[in-house]
Design a protein around this ligand. Sequence first.
Ligand SMILES: [Zn+2]
Length: 191
Amino acid sequence: MKPDKIGLAQLKQTSAGAAKGADWKLVGVIGGIILILGVIAAAMVVIPMINSGRREAKRVECAANLRMIFAASQIYAQLNKDMMPPNAEAFASYISSNDTWICPECGNVSGGGAGPAASSYIYVGGSLGKYVHRIHNASKVVLAYEPLSNHGGTGFNVVYLDGHAQWIAAERAEVVMREIEAQSSKLSSTH
Ligand SMILES: [Zn+2]
């Protein structure tokens, strides 16, 4: 009887010790899981922030390209009796880097065009014709824009005849695209 009792007590002690060890193991595992979940949660916050920062930078770079295209078109107009270049090829020589014609987000020639002016952008200034500096509301007349697909459908950049570039977010994209198409058809019918 006695040895049995001791045996039982010893057994209890040993199993209690083992349970304690197992408890700590469990705490370690849970702690590890919590840590991993924390890292995942942080990554879920930080990675989109990095991505949106990167996308924002590309948008800005893209808008700068369009402003450069505007500037080059103005050089052409000054040298050609106030007439806008009929197409992008006509003033491509005023832009030193071919990269200027390429949207940094899509990196391809989604806008068409040929030769050095093969581009991610669509130049519509050709339909403005002569006496371009006499055009009123230049801040609302589109000179060049890009397909909505360039920035994955999140929006697109436009440059206007007064040289300012604007990012059009996806919600307004359809309306503004329709305005641009209306402008092109209206101008081509008057010239
Ligand atoms: Zn772009």
